[in-house]
Design a protein. Structure first.
Length: 164
């Protein structure tokens, strides 16, 4: 909460909503043996493969907004579960390419249906997944996500509250 506003700040509300949605997706994915993060990786990989792409772990990290190290950890877990394959990129031996296995494709398709139904429920207060308010909400979120953050300067005098 900020001093100037009587209610919660936008940042607090975004954080609360993100946590609410993450918990809801975690619960919905549990019967499929997935976490929300694993679902995000599988669903993203599914979409990228459908578009003809065989992304590297780095490319998938950039696409999902997850840290590359976390994507690597998730990919290893999904590989051990038989859902994805990790192979060396023939053009760059340092890079690892990812692809869904047949089992991974089937699980991804089921998971996407479950999450679409969940999103319909979560977005019902705005009129549902295809409602104009939901489209506006999505556009506003996209605007915020696309805005670059200025790099922080750890020892910048102007952020210390003391004169130089």
């Amino acid at each position: 909460m900020s001093k100037g506003s009587p209610g919660p700040t936008p940042g607090f509300l975004v954080w609360r909503l993100a946590n609410k949605w993450r918990v809801a997706v975690d619960r919905a994915m549990a019967p499929l043996g997935l976490t929300h993060a694993q679902y995000s990786l599988l669903a993203s990989l599914h979409g990228m493969q459908r578009a003809g792409e065989r992304p590297s772990q780095r490319r998938l990290a950039d696409h999902t907004g997850l840290e590359a190290l976390y994507v690597s950890k998730l990919a290893r877990a999904l590989e051990s579960g038989g859902l994805i394959e990790r192979t060396r990129d023939p053009r760059d031996p340092r890079a690892v390419q990812l692809a869904l296995t047949d089992q991974g494709q089937a699980v991804a398709r089921k998971a996407i249906v479950v999450v679409q139904e969940l999103l319909q429920q979560l977005l019902e207060p705005l009129g549902g997944l295809d409602a104009p308010r939901t489209h506006t909400f999505t556009d506003e979120l996209t605007t915020l996500l696309d805005a670059p953050l200025a790099p922080s300067v750890p020892n910048d005098q102007s952020t210390q509250g003391t004169p130089p």
